[in-house]
Design a protein around this ligand. Structure first.
Ligand SMILES: *Cc1c(COP(=O)(O)O)cnc(C)c1O
Length: 387
């Protein structure tokens, strides 16, 4: 059996058309976009074209779009940059309880090292935050609210516009980590009503090491780096022109494919989830049935450790993840599932299957054929599982 990759939420292969678009800027057109000569100007033109394309994709102005090294940097720049810009005025942060570590950790750093107060916006059993609860947490000292668009572990798609509106009533900033939403569902900064939005290329068939942060015009964000005037001084450093061109091409392809990918993944997910539940007793879907990115399927198998399932499937050359890729290796249940109120015994048995464009139904059938005996065996040796 060929290896089967079901970990597309961790990263994706680069689309050959994206490689094609990038190659000239790694080869002959290698110029530094800040150089005054012809090669530099050629790079600058490509960079600004890429900026226009990426900006158009999320419906912002090119001048509001800043290239970064990816989702982690964009999240850090948004959160630390917003806090540093208004350090003396507002000192309160509200962060979604199911955020990625790239949002949680800079917020925790501001709390521990800079004295910001920090609260988590709770979510319900399916991972949704409530506007009423946000209203209760907001006050005149709130600098920033950060709530992700699509969750990387469960696929929950948050309804952001009402949350952003309540945030704006208190004149605080609203940031969203849209890394898992971009290219999969419509992402429009006007419709979402956000001030700051993070995205990255490598989760949607683009290269690693390139992403972007949308900063709404007029929003004050302090830089994290110093050393040049690149990206309007908000992100100095010689521009990754090939990466920016790759990101633009990635989004162009995603725009063409989004509808059909979404439909196909919805059907495959329905098939996989229902078949696993028919074949294996006591399986739970973590996350909602609706308002989700369909390719993310988080299933808990009672009486087993998710990590053991990951390792057993790896021996069969099937790549999946338990909880989020960033926390695997840790034995505690995922903070995302814990925040959703899923009991630790069930959260511990969580496995994330994330599909991509190359995923086929026969591949899913092969995974199920391997999964059924693995779960049976792990349950048979479990000290706690009873039929
Ligand atoms: C992968 C991911 C990130 C980090 O993006 P990088 O480009 O890998 O730094 C941030 N947030 C979410 C939700 C992610 O899935």
């Amino acid at each position: 059996m060929e290896p089967i990759y079901l970990d597309y939420n961790a990263t994706t292969p680069v689309d050959p058309e994206v490689v094609e678009a990038m190659l000239p800027y790694l080869n002959s057109a290698f110029g530094n976009a800040s150089s005054a000569h012809g090669l530099g100007r050629e790079a600058k033109v490509a960079l600004e074209e890429a900026r226009e394309q990426v900006a158009a994709f999320i419906n912002c102005r090119p001048a509001e779009l800043y290239f970064t090294s990816g989702g982690t940097e964009s999240d850090n720049l948004a959160i630390l940059g917003a806090a540093y810009a208004c350090r003396t005025a507002r000192r309160h942060l509200i962060i979604g309880a199911t955020e990625h570590h790239a949002v949680l950790e800079p917020a925790e750093y501001l709390h521990h090292s800079h004295g910001f107060s920090l609260v988590r916006l709770p979510v319900d059993r399916e991972g949704f935050a409530s506007p009423d609860e946000l209203r209760d947490l907001l006050h005149k000292d709130t600098a920033l609210v950060s709530v992700m668009h699509a969750n990387n572990e469960t696929g929950t798609v948050q309804n952001l516009a009402p949350l952003a509106e309540i945030t704006h009533q208190q004149k605080a900033l609203f940031h969203t980590d849209a890394v898992q939403a971009t290219g999969k569902i419509p992402v429009d900064v006007g419709v979402l009503n956000v001030d700051l939005l993070s995205l990255t290329a490598h989760k949607i068939y683009g290269p690693k090491g390139i992403g972007a942060l949308f900063i709404r015009r007029g929003v004050d964000i302090a830089p994290l780096f110093y050393g040049g005037s690149h990206e309007r001084r908000r992100r100095p450093g010689t521009e990754n022109v090939a990466g920016a061109v790759g990101l633009a091409r990635t989004l162009e392809i995603a725009a063409q494919r989004r509808g059909s990918d979404y439909q196909r993944h919805t059907q495959l997910a329905e098939y996989f989830i229902s078949t696993v539940m028919e074949r294996i007793p006591r399986v739970h879907l973590n996350g909602p049935r609706k308002n989700r990115v369909p390719a993310t399927m988080n299933l808990s198998f009672e009486g087993v450790e998710g990590e053991s399932v990951v390792m057993a499937l790896d021996l069969e050359r099937i790549a999946v993840s338990s909880g989020s890729a960033c926390t695997s290796g840790a034995t505690e249940p995922s903070h995302v599932l814990t925040a959703m109120g899923i009991p630790a015994v069930i959260a511990q048995g969580a496995v994330r299957f994330s599909m991509g464009r190359p995923t086929t139904r026969p591949q899913l059938d092969d995974v199920i054929e391997k999964l059924v005996p693995i779960i049976e065996r792990l349950r048979s040796i479990s000290p706690v599982y009873k039929e």
